[in-house]
Design a protein around this ligand. Structure first.
Ligand code: ARG
Length: 472
């Protein structure tokens, strides 16, 4: 049995079951890179400040390099008795270099250490996910550009409402993910402040140079209050919230892919590589991956609520409850990354059945608003026109016809102004083209929107290094 690094004041070893209960190593081993980076920065700073010798600092950084190589190569022995990644690495360092290794933890606590590790980890993952979101945004734009003239029914209440350009619908998705990009940027900035040097909770009596370690680790600032530094996990909530809105958007998109790929809609066909079969029904081709994107949303929402619940009511400063922050955060980041990849793949490979979309856009009396608008151009108040066209819809419905199939007599009986109506103005292309308000579905406006989307994506890609730090 190994002895804990904190065993000095204890007369008995921890209960074995409690070791398992208390250990975070099975989860936090993933922080090894960040932990080693933090320890190296701390050791160099201790030497620069004359707290430890240059020689010891060199032994520490070299020893940590060897440990990193061992972990990378898969021949590092992670032992549950070490409790967490911080102890695992420190014990291995001491085993390797002896007393120099015993000097590493001078002026440091696992409390500022773990907060530093998590912030460094989040800096990396939030950037990666923001980049992943941008790849999806680019795929959406390409799909829109490849299908500039395709028209499909637009829905409200999942009832046919007014026809829209397919590209316009896709751009609505694009803007959802643009906001998610912004949320990851915010989460990145929230992580960008160094807790190192806060020590256990009160700061340290050693002349620690917090600015130096912050700069070496790539943080743009230090957290100004040592208590806040070790107990703040808001930056994780920001990341989890960014994951949550992103996966909500992915889930809504997935729901549309599922509906659209059904025989009833038939708007798209998912590629074989992004579909699965049935173990009993030979004919089936199921949109499993879209369903999983939708289904995994619950996990991420749960991860967010889980951390909120852990943080609620915690007194300052560090409490062991905070160890529970990691599992959900890792799960949410991993799950989202997979869901983004799956969605990107489905969109990049699906077939657009434009004829089906167009056929679908013929039904549902979707030119009714335009018919009413025509009467408005002849001077009728909109409410009157609405009622009158409503009655025409009822007539068409009862006789199993479309609005365009009503006879001239029927129209004239409803209102003599219809004498001037040109039937082609009720065609879906025309209905779409009329909606020229800013942000509307008319092709000219959608073309304009595409340009805007491209320039936004370019700006966001350029801002991916998220340079400016947030004020803390
Ligand atoms: N494994 C711990 C965590 O993840 C590290 C900090 C432990 N600090 C302590 N005082 N026990 O939160």
């Amino acid at each position: 049995m190994s002895t804990q690094l904190w065993a000095g004041r204890f007369e008995a070893a921890p209960d074995e079951a409690m070791q398992t209960f208390g250990a975070s190593l099975p989860i936090d081993w993933r922080l090894w890179r960040e932990d080693i980076a933090g320890s190296r920065a701390h050791a160099r700073m201790l030497a620069a400040q004359g707290v430890i010798s240059e020689q010891d600092a060199l032994a520490i950084t070299a020893g940590l390099g060897r440990i990193a190589a061992r972990i990378e190569a898969g021949d590092f022995d992670f032992r549950i008795a070490d409790e967490d990644i911080h102890m695992a690495i420190e014990s291995a360092l001491i085993a390797d270099i002896g007393d120099a290794g015993r000097r590493l933890h001078t002026g440091r606590s696992r409390n500022d250490q773990v907060a530093t590790d998590m912030r460094l980890y989040l800096l990396r993952r939030t950037r990666e996910l923001a980049e992943r979101i941008n790849r999806l945004r680019a795929t959406i734009l390409k799909l829109a550009e490849d299908n500039p003239e395709v028209i499909l029914p637009g829905y409200t209440h999942l009832q046919k409402a007014q026809p829209v350009l397919f590209a316009h619908h896709l751009l609505a998705w694009f803007w959802m993910f643009s906001r998610d990009f912004g949320r990851f940027k915010t989460a990145h900035r929230a992580a960008d402040a160094s807790p190192l040097g806060a020590a256990a909770l009160a700061g340290s009596g050693y002349p620690l140079d917090r600015q130096m370690t912050a700069a070496e680790l790539g943080f743009s600032q230090v957290i100004p209050n040592s208590l806040d530094a070790v107990s703040d996990r808001d930056f994780l909530l920001d990341a989890l919230f960014a994951c949550t809105t992103t996966v909500l958007h992915l889930s809504r998109l997935a729901e549309e892919l599922i509906l659209w790929s059904s025989e009833e809609f038939g708007f798209i066909t998912l590629a074989d590589a992004f579909s699965t079969g049935s173990s009993i029904m030979p004919q089936k081709k199921n949109p499993d991956f879209a369903e999983l994107v939708r289904g995994r949303t619950g996990r991420i929402v749960g991860d967010l609520v889980g951390l909120i619940t852990v943080l609620k009511g915690l007194p300052l400063a560090y409490n062991k409850d905070l160890q529970e922050d990691k599992k959900g955060v890792f799960d949410a980041l991993d799950t989202l990354e997979l869901a983004l990849g799956a969605t990107d793949g489905m969109l990049a490979t699906l077939r657009v059945n434009s004829e089906h979309m167009f056929d679908g856009a013929q039904g549902g009396y979707m030119a009714a608003t335009d018919l009413a608008d025509f009467l408005v151009t002849r001077g009728l108040p909109f409410r009157r026109a609405h009622e009158l066209v409503g009655r025409l819809v009822l007539l068409a419905e009862k006789t199993g016809r479309r609005l365009s199939q009503l006879t001239t007599e029927e129209l004239l009986a409803a209102d003599e102004n219809f004498a001037d109506l040109q039937p082609e103005t009720l065609a879906v292309e025309h209905v779409v083209a009329r909606r020229t308000t800013e942000g509307g579905t008319a092709p000219v406006r959608v073309a304009e929107q595409l340009l805007l989307a491209h320039s936004r994506l370019r700006e966001d890609a350029a801002a991916l290094n998220f340079e400016d730090g947030e004020e803390h």
